[in-house]
Design a protein around this ligand. Structure first.
Ligand SMILES: [Fe+2]
Length: 235
């Protein structure tokens, strides 16, 4: 079999490993030049996550952890296509998301933000793309939250995404943002993405996919590799 050539990540699109305004990168950015490690057969033919049965409500964060009522906040549909470097759909791939609740609080032991947890909202879900590379989640619009990067630092509303694609070399971890969010101008994680790449991580408001009397909708297409790749999270 032939091993695909993995194009190096476009520095005009992806965030630099070191972006001092995003303080964590100062410690975790590599101090030495990166070594090119061509993928072998195990990387391109090895098992990937997602080859298992999903629960019927795994994609619906408004229902997948209900205890005593509906989760609070603005219901939204988040949907789109996962595409490869040639613009072709990536079918049957695992898409996982996690996010804060409407008040900007995660269900996580290190999240100490003084905002309420929602007993009916876990903030985690997963789905698989269909044969056309399409995915769809129902969720609650996440709230902004403060973080310790600098004085009065607030993360814009965002949803974390992890995708595996057809093999481990196409794994993508990124964040989806919302159009028109004023906090984008002040967020060093978003600002750490070169200007050309920033539009690729902002969803579009999608009036055609809204559900009248029920939910607004946002479209977020994701490109796993090659030209126009969705920017990876700085890590
Ligand atoms: Fe987050």
């Amino acid at each position: 079999m032939s091993i695909p050539i993995i194009p190096s990540m476009d520095a005009a699109v992806h965030p630099s490993k070191l972006y001092p305004e995003y303080k964590s990168t100062i410690l975790r950015a590599p101090a030495q030049p990166m070594i090119v490690f061509p993928p072998g057969i195990s990387e391109v033919q090895g098992p990937v996550f997602g080859d298992f049965q999903l629960g019927a409500l795994d994609h619906d964060l408004t229902k997948n952890s209900i205890k005593n009522g509906e989760p609070l906040g603005e219901r939204i549909v988040v949907h789109g296509k996962v595409l490869n470097e040639n613009g072709q759909p990536v079918p049957h791939t695992l898409v996982e998301i996690w996010q804060a609740n409407a008040a900007g609080r995660y269900v996580h032991k290190v999240d100490k933000h003084a905002a309420p947890l929602d007993p009916n909202f876990l903030g985690a879900g997963r789905t698989r793309t269909d044969k056309d590379g399409y995915y769809c989640f129902y969720t609650i619009k996440p709230g902004a939250y403060p973080w310790g990067n600098h004085f009065n630092a607030w993360r814009p509303n965002h949803i974390h995404f992890s995708l595996f694609g057809p093999n481990i070399t196409t794994r993508l971890v990124t964040q989806m943002y919302f159009p028109g969010d004023p906090l984008l101008n002040y967020d060093p994680i978003f600002q750490g993405i070169p200007e050309k790449g920033r539009p690729l991580v902002i969803a579009s408001f999608d009036i055609d996919r809204t559900e009248p009397d029920f939910a607004l909708a946002y479209r977020f297409d994701i490109v796993l590799r090659g030209y126009a790749t969705t920017p990876f999270e700085n890590q």
